[in-house]
Design a protein around this ligand. Structure first.
Ligand SMILES: [Zn+2]
Ligand SMILES: [Zn+2]
Length: 126
């Protein structure tokens, strides 16, 4: 039983690594096309374990929750035409707080930024 769970978890993380960024629907489609059928419940259970272990990350893009394999800090760019999500390295973004005092006693831990625009592929199609 433990072995079976481990290999399903490996399938989930391998699939996510291939897809880059994926919603649970993307993952289910990919897994069902490339591996045996795994139930939605099993995929969610494995996603939650992987999140707990910090092997993967989850972030929101509009109404969607998107998963990706954990890697160094970065931001995201979403193409408004093809909906593709692209990583933006932290080094190209200059983020400054203008007025620290207005945060009162709140402590910032992290920041998610989603840039939107038209990706290179879609731009070249026109
Ligand atoms: Zn695009
Ligand atoms: Zn990313």
């Amino acid at each position: 039983m433990i072995r079976r769970n481990t290999s399903q978890r490996q399938i989930v993380i391998d699939s996510l690594a291939c897809l880059g960024h994926a919603t649970s629907d993307d993952l289910i489609n990919y897994i069902n096309n490339n591996y045996s059928n795994i139930s939605l419940a099993t995929i969610y259970r494995n996603l939650n374990i992987l999140l707990d272990e910090k092997q993967i990350k989850k972030f929101s893009v509009g109404d969607n929750e998107v998963y990706e394999v954990s890697k160094e800090k970065h931001y995201h760019f979403k193409c408004v035409i093809c909906n593709n999500i692209i990583d933006i390295p932290e080094s190209v973004v200059d983020l400054k707080l203008k007025d620290q005092k207005r945060l009162d006693k709140n402590s910032i831990l992290d920041c998610e930024i989603i840039f939107t625009g038209v990706c290179e592929n879609c731009k070249n199609k026109n």
